[in-house]
Design a protein around this ligand. Structure first.
Ligand code: SF4
Ligand code: SF4
Length: 169
């Protein structure tokens, strides 16, 4: 399953590339990357001085307000499989139903290509597959809620004001 997820991450990165190529990579220089604990540990093993903040249980945020420490001139220096979920699916985030099912994907308006991405059915299909597998294999609902800042005093909405597009699954 790890191999499948790494493969899906590669497919996602390639599928987003046509939108990201004309962008200045602003999502690698925005505010934070939100990490699950395994992601945080594997990034700390690569670079010990990354700054994690807002720790909430198994979730934390990596400060990228001055640019991500893994960002190089030619893009992200991490292997595709090492990149956090928040990076590979940005600007798309899952909405999960009460039975743990994926009911929609939200596309965030901080990405200048949010509309185009939301209307790319092929890309959204890969995003959906990625999250279905991740939710089945990896992620507890309460961790996902914390990752998204739901019910916290410090939700993503502190950083971002509203979602632009919702795509039903
Ligand atoms: S902000 Fe959007 S278009 Fe720009 S690099 Fe990030 S995902 Fe790609
Ligand atoms: S880990 Fe890579 S993709 Fe994620 S913000 Fe940093 S440079 Fe960008």
């Amino acid at each position: 399953m790890e191999k499948l997820k790494a493969r899906l991450k590669t497919i996602l990165i390639k599928a987003f590339a046509k939108y990201c190529v004309g962008c200045d990579g602003r999502c690698c220089r925005s505010v934070v990357v939100t990490l699950f604990d395994q992601e945080r540990d594997s990034l700390l093993a690569i670079k010990r001085d990354i700054c994690t903040c807002n720790e909430r249980g198994s979730i934390s945020d990596m400060d990228i307000s001055n640019g991500c420490p893994f960002l190089r001139k030619d893009g992200c220096s991490l292997e595709n499989g090492q990149r956090p979920f928040d990076c590979v699916t940005f600007p798309c985030y899952p909405i999960v139903g009460r039975y743990g099912d994926l009911v929609a994907i939200l596309v965030h308006n901080s990405c200048p290509r949010a509309d185009d991405i939301a209307h790319d059915r092929e890309l959204m299909g890969v995003v959906r597959s990625f999250w279905v597998i991740a939710l089945e294999e990896d992620i507890e609902p309460e961790d996902l809620a914390r990752w998204k800042g739901e019910g916290e005093s410090d939700p993503w909405n502190k950083y971002f004001t509203g979602w632009k597009v919702s795509v039903s699954c």
